[in-house]
Design a protein around this ligand. Sequence first.
Ligand code: HEM
Length: 133
Amino acid sequence: MSANTITECLELVAERAGDPTPLIYERVFELHPEMKHLFVLDRDSSARGNMLAEFLECILDLAGERAYAVGLLQTEMINHDGLGVPPKIFGTFLSTVRDVFRDVLGADWTSAMETAWQDLITEVDGILSAPAA
Ligand code: HEM
């Protein structure tokens, strides 16, 4: 099941790189420097860390039980637009996370991981482009 593959991937990343928060936001700001100012008050990185933790839980829910992920993604896309994060950029976060994890794992990135993340990306793209219910 893909939730197991994603969990295994998250565990390996934590083993190799510890907390991946700085690596992920460094990549987000490289791709979207205009997002940096939204985090100026986040001096201790706690907002960044909380957002990433919520996001990863949401992705695990999407790959597993699907209790709340679809609704959270749709709601947060709208909330984030209000915060100054346009849907186009909001929708790139998952592939940025995948790219950073793939770089961290290097040769240990497996084809099962590639498939599991790609399936999630396709699914999230579909959720975010569906008309609001
Ligand atoms: C590049 C894309 C994204 C950017 C730039 C971004 C930016 C932000 C910012 C600036 C905050 C507020 C931090 C604070 O001051 O407290 C935040 C909070 C949050 N973000 Fe993101 N975000 C992105 C993608 C996502 C995605 C895809 C999710 C999916 C679940 C998400 C979930 C959350 C949650 C749950 C919070 C906490 C509170 C809330 O606003 O409801 N973010 N994000």
